[in-house]
Design a protein. Structure first.
Lengths: 112, 110
């Protein structure tokens, strides 16, 4: 069974803290994505990666960075968390150029 | 203009009813189409892909109309367990451009 695993389901952080969200997929997918989902706004793309060490900005990259050192792992970093980054963060992966997205279970981040 | 638009609902229907959702997309180059189901506080999960000829999976039927640029999802004989948010997803087949509707909320009432 295919699987996308996000390391933390629930996190509570303070303003200014550095936050790491990790995602691992076991399907040998080339593409990996980070989205955030907020009520009324739907899913918005933060960053995506189409290969190891490759990354491209999505629609809302400000305040975020990413790292992809291995094909199966894609990390999202909040250098200095702010309250407006309180959200549900969803990692997803797909084959390049075809097929659907597979999502992780999500990481619900609260920044106080 | 949004890439993908859906009626957010909510749709409240009795058990056994038939309900239909539509979704319109703006980019005529779109190649792949999907319906995802998302339960409250959970991740989206693929319900079904949408093929040009239309496709059916049990009580669910998906159709694509390229000329009018919309896709539809029909649920027959609704069950309480169908209560969820249904997301329309469109892909340009470039590998990285997936566009999401904001979702349509369905509640099936006993």
């Amino acid at each position: 069974d295919v699987k996308v695993t996000q390391s933390s389901r629930y996190l509570v952080k303070r303003t200014g803290e550095k936050v790491f969200l990790e995602c691992v997929q076991d399907m040998d997918h080339e593409n990996m994505f980070w989205y955030r989902q907020d009520p009324g706004l739907g899913l918005r793309l933060i960053y995506f990666s189409y290969d190891v060490k490759m990354k491209e900005k999505g629609d809302i990259p400000e305040g975020y960075s990413v790292s992809r050192e291995k094909k199966e792992r894609f990390s999202l970093i909040l250098e200095s968390a702010s309250t407006n980054q309180t959200s549900m963060y969803l990692c997803a992966s797909s084959y390049r150029g075809r097929g659907e997205l597979f999502f992780g279970e999500g990481s619900r981040l609260t920044v106080l | 203009r949004k890439e993908v638009e859906q009626d957010p609902g909510p749709f409240n229907v009795p058990e056994g009813a038939t309900v239909a959702f539509n979704c319109t997309y703006s980019n005529s180059a779109s190649q792949s189409f999907f319906w995802y189901r998302q339960d409250c506080r959970k991740e989206p999960k693929l319900l079904m892909s949408v093929y040009s000829s239309g496709n059916e999976d049990g009580r669910f039927t998906a159709q694509l109309n390229r000329a009018s640029q919309y896709i539809s999802l029909l649920i027959r004989d609704s069950k309480l367990s169908d209560s969820a948010t249904y997301l329309c997803v469109v892909n340009l087949n470039t590998g990285n451009q997936f566009y999401f509707g904001t979702g349509t909320s369905l509640t099936v009432i006993p």
